[in-house]
Design a protein around this ligand. Structure first.
Ligand code: BES
Ligand code: MN
Ligand code: ZN
Length: 483
């Protein structure tokens, strides 16, 4: 979809549909300047069908004197309660509705948006995100979409930059979603590494650590997960150099399929375990956006990619392996594989002398049970970094919720024969999994984000169609922008 800014009055814009964002008080004068025909139309709508509630939409024939064919009222809720997220959601609902009704060229009235001190780019972002679809395996690929969004406003450098950022962001989210939605036979560690390599650019170098090199580096925990698969593991390292100073390292769990290994998962729902690389995909999305917009930061991305499969050479429950740094790990449950690959990645991150390490992972079923699909679970050892992520989460509406890392949880990970074991059972596993990682982070400022509950959407949300959500891309991009 193309976005343009044109300085035109609403009535003078020739298009399929003119979008009028309205609050619940709209009938009382907000749109008087549009003339009496438009006011009559609004009054009629508000008298019966429509109340302007958040994300409510209504399509009406355009009144006399308008060059648009239709008018779409997009509810924002009560004027005093309108938020940035409300605008994104109104945009998402509008976009889906207009698309479903065959509209191609639509225009956005910015009057109310500006008067509420909100940015049209929020509307653009919600629109672009809502229009995502995944057609790779359908014969019929021409699902309808919107072609043009005309922003009715005075052009300015600032507005253009904001809209450009919305486009870059949405395309990074789509990039991540495509990777996640792709089934595991077409999204092996090798495919994922290729996707990472495709991002290479002026300031962005990408290299892949193969199994042999990983062995030399002592990545025994990571390689233990890869042992059951015929697909070669790929540990991807992306380095973006756009600024000065110590980098932020983002680590994304990249299990391209998680069967559980010898501790095999039940069949029901196992097909969903293609999304166990959603953390890695999010990191790629962030780096794509950062590199495209040339942000003046230093950023490293690590994707420890492998499958987790059972087989004659797979790791057995009870096996002991050695992680980077020499810690021995007793693998009680081969389905607790995420923390194994992340442990070696966190240790590897230290060579960059990072100012912060953030890992993002579909790590535990317990995360979905605790927080459902509305919040990312967060734990870490640095209050500044935790606070920053909290703020970013609220701002982009990928909200995070901190869980307690009480020392006592560590007891659960005591092994009789090794330095640590990889699971302390299901109870409290959202937290003990983080404790396992904390042991490897040491004193590096580190935060862990568990996206097991949020990375996949079963029922569509106002601007997130069902399937991969791309969660984490906007959150971590916001964090990096603020560095
Ligand atoms: N990838 C799963 C976690 C998961 C489950 C993500 C459901 C998304 C949806 C992870 O590797 C896993 O299997 N975790 C186990 C850990 C347990 C064995 C301690 C879990 O949560 O059941
Ligand atoms: Mn698992
Ligand atoms: Zn997993």
């Amino acid at each position: 979809m193309d976005i343009s800014v044109i300085d035109l009055r609403e009535r003078d814009c020739a298009c399929d549909a003119l979008i009028l964002p309205v609050t619940e008080e709209a009938a009382a004068g907000q749109y008087d300047y549009l003339g009496s025909a438009a006011v009559q139309t609004l009054k009629k709508a508000f008298s019966k069908k429509f109340s302007g509630k958040k994300a409510e939409v209504l399509l009406l024939p355009a009144p006399q004197g308008f060059k648009a064919e239709w008018i779409l009222l997009a509810g924002l809720g009560k004027k005093a309660e309108v938020t940035a997220e409300g605008l994104r959601q109104a945009a998402g609902k509008s976009a889906s509705y207009l698309k479903d009704n065959g509209m191609k060229k639509v225009a956005l009235s910015c009057k109310i948006i500006s008067s509420l001190k909100l940015k049209p780019s929020l509307f653009a972002e919600g629109t672009l995100l809502a229009l995502y679809s995944y057609f790779r395996y359908k014969k019929e690929k021409n699902g309808s979409t919107l072609d043009n969004l005309i922003v009715l406003s005075t052009p300015s450098k600032l507005l253009k930059n904001e809209l450009d950022m919305a486009v870059t962001t949405a395309s990074a989210v789509s990039f991540a979603k495509d990777l996640i939605n792709t089934p595991s036979n077409d999204m092996t560690p090798t495919h994922l590494a290729k996707a990472a390599l495709s991002l290479r650019g002026k300031r962005l170098s990408v290299r892949v650590i193969e199994r042999k090199d990983a062995q030399k580096l002592g990545m025994g925990a990571y390689l233990a997960v890869a042992k059951g698969s015929h697909e070669p593991p790929k540990f991807v390292v992306l380095e973006y150099k756009g600024g000065k100073g110590a980098p932020v390292v983002l680590i994304g769990k990249s299990i391209t399929f998680d069967s559980g290994g010898i501790s095999l998962k039940p069949a029901e729902g196992m097909e969903k375990m293609k999304y166990d690389m959603a953390g890695g995909a999010a990191v790629l999305g962030v780096i794509k956006a950062v590199s495209e917009s040339g942000l003046p930061v230093n950023l490293v991305g690590l994707l420890p990619a492998t499958e987790n499969l059972p087989g004659g050479s797979a790791t057995r429950p009870g096996d002991v392996v050695k992680a980077v740094g020499g810690k021995s790990v007793e693998i009680i449950n081969t389905d607790a594989e995420g923390r194994l690959v992340l442990a070696d990645a966190i240790s590897y991150a230290k060579r960059f002398r990072p100012r912060a390490v953030v890992d993002i992972a579909t790590l535990t079923g317990a995360c979905s049970i605790a927080l459902g699909g509305e919040a990312i679970a967060m734990m870490g050892n640095d209050s500044g970094l935790l606070d920053a992520l909290k703020r970013c989460g609220d701002s982009v509406y990928e909200r995070v919720w901190e869980m307690p890392l009480f020392e006592e949880y560590k007891e659960n990970l005591k092994s009789d024969i090794a330095d640590i074991k990889n699971t302390g059972g299901k109870n409290g596993s959202l937290i003990t999994s983080a404790f396992f990682l904390k042991e490897f982070a040491g004193d590096v400022p580190w935060v862990h984000l568990d996206i097991a509950g949020t990375a996949w959407v079963e029922k569509e949300k106002p601007y997130i169609p069902k399937g991969a959500s791309g969660v984490g891309v906007r959150l971590l991009l916001e964090l990096v922008k603020g560095m």
